[in-house]
Design a protein around this ligand. Structure first.
Ligand SMILES: CC(C)(COP(=O)(O)OP(=O)(O)OC[C@H]1O[C@@H](n2cnc3c(N)ncnc32)[C@H](O)[C@@H]1OP(=O)(O)O)[C@@H](O)C(=O)NCCC(=O)NCCS
Length: 170
């Protein structure tokens, strides 16, 4: 398996990447695609990594190192206001998706390692994700070192903020 930056993909690979996004997306809407996918290609491509094996795109990870620099962070992710204080220790965030046929084979772990390694080189204090309590994939984040947890009710959901501290030189 190799990693490519999103900017290094051939047209065929990019088309497969979009296929993985579509397969794992909650909604087909263009607004949601912009929010979780296109925004990161257009603004944070250096942190957008794609896992490829024998010309097949298996999954991707994307994100940004300083969430508070997102120009519309709290409009785009309104629930993050509840976890505003935690953004100091865990400023980076990410989105990860592995194609359904390739899950459970270590691809997510390797993508996470690649992303965290890139963040660590930039002296980032920590990274977070927000999920819901008892979601199946929370185990994946726990096993990836997201040991900080804080919950908040939002709308009709019990949200779970999970944070992972990163080693920095400072
Ligand atoms: C969540 C996801 C990124 C994990 O990637 P993956 O390639 O399937 O995970 P890996 O095979 O690298 O698993 C790494 C570890 O996490 C565990 N794990 C992964 N998914 C799990 C799940 N749903 N339930 C329990 N454990 C899980 C694995 O068992 C493994 O543990 P081990 O090292 O003790 O064997 C992937 O399954 C996925 O894209 N799911 C659908 C979309 C999604 O939920 N994205 C995240 C949005 S918040």
């Amino acid at each position: 398996m190799i990693f490519k930056n999103v900017n290094e993909l051939s047209a065929e690979e990019f088309s497969q990447l979009e296929g993985v996004y579509k397969q794992t997306a909650d909604s087909p809407s263009l607004a949601i695609k912009k929010k979780y996918f296109t925004y990161y290609i257009e603004n944070h491509s250096s942190l957008f990594f794609v896992a490829i094996n024998e010309r097949k795109v298996l999954g991707y990870i994307c994100g940004m190192k300083a969430s508070l620099e997102h120009p519309t962070l709290f409009q785009t992710y309104p629930y993050l206001k509840l976890f505003q204080d935690e953004l100091i220790s865990y400023p980076a965030h990410l989105h990860i998706n592995v194609a359904p046929g390739n899950q459970g084979m270590g691809v997510g772990r390797k993508l996470m390692d690649k992303f965290v390694q890139a963040l660590s080189q930039g002296n980032v204090l920590g990274v977070h994700i927000v999920t819901v309590v008892n979601a199946a994939n929370n185990k994946f984040y726990q096993k990836s070192g997201f040991t900080f947890e804080k919950t908040h009710n939002f709308a009709d959901k019990q949200l779970l903020f999970m944070g992972k501290s990163l080693n920095t030189d400072t």
